[in-house]
Write a protein that binds this ligand. Structure first.
Ligand SMILES: [Zn+2]
Length: 319
């Protein structure tokens, strides 16, 4: 056996694309970053991702590449099933096949939040935990579940989308999916902004609401507390459903929501799960590229493209 070679992970988002060379212990050995040319269409987005990966890949190698991307990814084919307007035309793009052709090697693709969960469970806050729930609170609200160390994809790649759980208190708030009353509509940056605007008539960003709450402004504090309480209560239900070893909270709004969400979670949890911790994510912006590299080395779900010769040995260990 040779020593495992570093692998490349890609993070394709609506505004930026990142690539990293990740060593066998999860350490980031090199990075590349570029704006995502979202307005130029899927081919330009794929070209950019391939260029960044090529800058890090061993030109003589054939090791697989992993990708975490915005959108819902078909777990069997690596094709985008659904994407928001942040990447116009992305839905229907066969990302695994297209990148495999550009890079002449196997490519495995998953949703970016799924990749973040793989990264955090490998070398981050959920290190060595194989049963993990990760919730990412940023502009929106995403989630991912790992069972036995593998991504739980569901039938169409959409498992773990916790943002669309019904949330008491969110009835007047519109979710990113267009419905009202979902968890994302209250517990997200967009939700903080909308709730604050309803209460005050003033439209500021979710980050600004969090800053005002931290500075002690009563209305902002109440908005943040309502959001965090809704999140913590929903997490308690999810813990009872999924029985994870830990819940990891990631994303730009995580710090603002964590203390109150943890209190609500603790208050709501049945005694059987009283020791399930709510942990802040630790990998930050690296979580997706690190998790994507992990996916490349340990395919977590359905076979995708093997367009290139010499696919990697299937090291399907239980690690
Ligand atoms: Zn929704």
């Amino acid at each position: 056996m040779t020593v495992p070679a570093p692998l490349v992970g890609l993070d394709i988002g609506g505004t930026k694309t990142a690539a990293a060379l990740v060593g066998p212990d999860g350490e980031v050995l090199g990075r590349r970053l570029a704006p995502t040319p979202a307005g130029s269409g899927p081919a330009a987005v794929l070209d950019t991702a391939a260029r960044l990966a090529r800058e890090l890949l061993d030109p003589g190698g054939a090791g697989p590449v992993g990708v975490g991307t915005a959108g819902t990814v078909d777990p069997g084919t690596g094709t985008i099933r659904y994407a928001t307007d942040s990447l116009p035309g992305w839905a229907g793009t066969p990302v695994a096949d297209e990148l495999a052709v550009r890079l002449a090697r196997p490519v495995r693709v998953t949703n970016d939040v799924n990749a973040a969960a793989l990264g955090e469970s490998w070398v981050g806050a959920g290190r060595d935990r194989r049963e993990l729930l990760l919730v990412a609170v940023g502009t929106g609200l995403g989630g991912a579940m790992l069972q036995r160390g593998r991504i739980c994809t569901g039938a169409r790649g959409g498992a773990g989308e916790v943002g669309h759980l019904p949330a008491p208190g969110a009835e007047r708030l519109r979710c990113g999916c267009g419905r009202y009353g979902h968890l994302e509509a209250i517990a997200s940056g967009t939700g903080l902004s909308a709730a604050y605007a309803l209460d005050t008539g003033l439209r500021i960003t979710g980050r600004a609401v969090a800053e005002r709450a931290a500075a002690g402004e009563p209305v902002a504090r109440e908005v943040v507390e309502r959001a965090a309480t809704a999140l913590g209560r929903a997490l308690a239900g999810l813990v009872a459903l999924l029985d994870p070893q830990a819940v990891v909270l990631a994303g730009g709004a995580a710090d603002a929501l964590l203390p109150r969400a943890r209190a609500a979670l603790t208050a709501e949890l049945p005694a059987a799960w009283a020791d399930v911790p709510l942990l802040p994510a630790t990998l930050g912006a690296d979580a997706v590229v690190v998790g994507a590299a992990r996916l490349a080395g340990h395919p977590g779900h359905g076979r995708q493209t093997d367009a290139a010769p010499a696919p990697v040995t299937d090291r399907r260990t239980r690690a």
